[in-house]
Design a protein around this ligand. Structure first.
Ligand code: SAM
Length: 255
């Protein structure tokens, strides 16, 4: 595998440009509505892997009281800045915490736990998944729902672009420059259902001259979540909700 830094680490371009990339990703459209539809207005929501606060802020603006937890300081810093820009009423409904979703114990309960945008797929599909389902169950008071957005295996298995010299992402930046992303490696391992990708981020100036490059490693794991959730005391509440043709939101309730 090419020399690369993990995704979302401090100083990484994946963290710095997360909102640019995610904001242009139509495959995520509608996830906010799905999560908002899982709890009553004003409900308490725990977001595992809150990232830059994309959903944390949106749900707070809808009236939910949201606690967002993330392991990466570079993502949480951006979330803090986003929340600071909210109207005071919405801002007061948000709590941000650094923490590991596989071992979290906030000693409080919520009406809804969400783990959006493939966040669970960032950790190995085994003990780490079971522990994260256990964290969700621990933070529900024997009622409520836990929603996990997971990738589809057939999409993970699909080959990369035919021409790797072409960017898989290209977007103008506010400063007149451009962010480009190239898929440098993509390996799917059957059996363990693990997808390893190396994405090269390139930030170019308005004349197209590269200013910064960084190769960053993004790994996804997938398995049938039901048995691991069941082992943690969660039962599937409804058929998975398809989102954007690349994943499903799996909704569980305390068994
Ligand atoms: C794809 S982003 C999702 C961010 C946000 N929820 C959204 O939907 O835009 C995944 C986030 O999960 C975080 N993450 C990965 N492993 C984690 C863990 N073990 N505990 C908490 N956060 C984790 C990453 O730092 C990253 O911010």
């Amino acid at each position: 595998m090419a020399k690369s830094a993990p995704y979302y680490t401090t100083g990484s371009l994946s963290a710095a440009h997360y909102d640019v990339v995610t904001g242009a990703d139509a495959r995520l459209s509608g996830d906010e509505e799905v999560y908002a539809g899982l709890a009553a207005p004003g409900a308490r929501v725990l977001e595992l892997g809150a990232g830059t606060g994309r959903l944390t802020a949106a749900l707070a603006q809808r009236g939910f009281a949201v606690t967002g937890v993330d392991i990466a300081p570079a993502m949480l810093d951006q979330a803090q800045a986003r929340i600071a820009g909210l109207e005071p009423e919405a801002r007061a409904r948000v709590t941000l915490r650094r923490g590991d979703m596989t071992a979290l114990d906030l000693k409080q309960t919520f009406d809804l736990v969400i783990c959006p945008y493939f966040t669970l797929a960032h950790v190995p599909a085994g003990t780490a998944w079971r522990n994260t389902f256990g964290v969700a169950a621990r933070h529900l008071p024997g009622a409520g729902l836990a929603a996990f957005h997971l990738p589809r295996l057939d999409i993970m298995r699909a080959p990369g672009p035919a021409d790797p010299s072409l960017p898989v992402f290209s977007q103008a930046l506010d400063d007149g420059g451009r962010l480009l992303m190239y898929l440098r490696e993509r390996t799917f391992r059957d059996g363990i259902n693990r997808l390893d990708q190396v994405l090269e981020y390139v930030v170019a100036d308005s004349a197209g001259r590269p200013l910064r490059r960084s190769q960053e490693r993004l790994t996804f794991y997938m398995t049938d979540p039901e048995p691991l959730a069941a082992a943690a005391g969660l039962a599937l509440d409804r058929p998975p909700v398809e989102l954007g043709g690349v994943g499903d939101i799996w909704v569980f309730r305390p068994a």
